[in-house]
Design a binder for this molecule. Sequence first.
Ligand code: 5GP
Length: 190
Amino acid sequence: MKLLKEKIQVMGRAVDSDILKVDSFLNHQIDPELMMALGEEFARRFAQEGITKIITLESSGIAPAVMAGLKLGVPVVFAKKQKPSTMGSGFFTSSVHSFTKQKNYSICLSSSFLKNTDRVLIIDDFLAYGSAAEALIDIVTQADAHLAGIGIVIEKGFQKGGALLRAKDIRVESLAIIEEMSENRILFRD
Ligand code: 5GP
């Protein structure tokens, strides 16, 4: 997606050859117009899939997921990184390994908001090694729901998550795929 790639080129910063910082429009400050454009693009790509629910992971997946939900006319549920005391016993849980933070954490999502009749679109901000996506897929499986596909804002194509998911015949739509990066250069896959 041209608009997103331009934004990454102008405002993104490769911290090193592995981590991209996009705090000025996605991960801290949020650009609402860009989020709307991302949501429209996800909605366009998954329009034929009969999506009934979008799930994402707090916090940076929420903005693009909500915009996609608005365009598709479906609710958005975000998995929480800590189980709130107000969440009863009925919830799905899974584990994520964060390569950026080098730690494992649990995520949970109330079973009230994901049913076996749902056709689910997973949306997240980044795809790196695929652990966050795998945990959300695990939750879809626990709910016995149908996984229609995964929408990613920025995929780092040089890390193995995208290849692993596509090898399982999962439809992964990434709006920008980075092939390679260094402190002064970000190269996209066509
Ligand atoms: P994965 O589980 O695919 O290894 O990593 C995806 C998650 O890690 C995303 O939800 C995102 O929060 C975080 N992440 C991975 N790589 C990056 C990165 O280069 N920059 C930022 N800001 N977050 C990342």
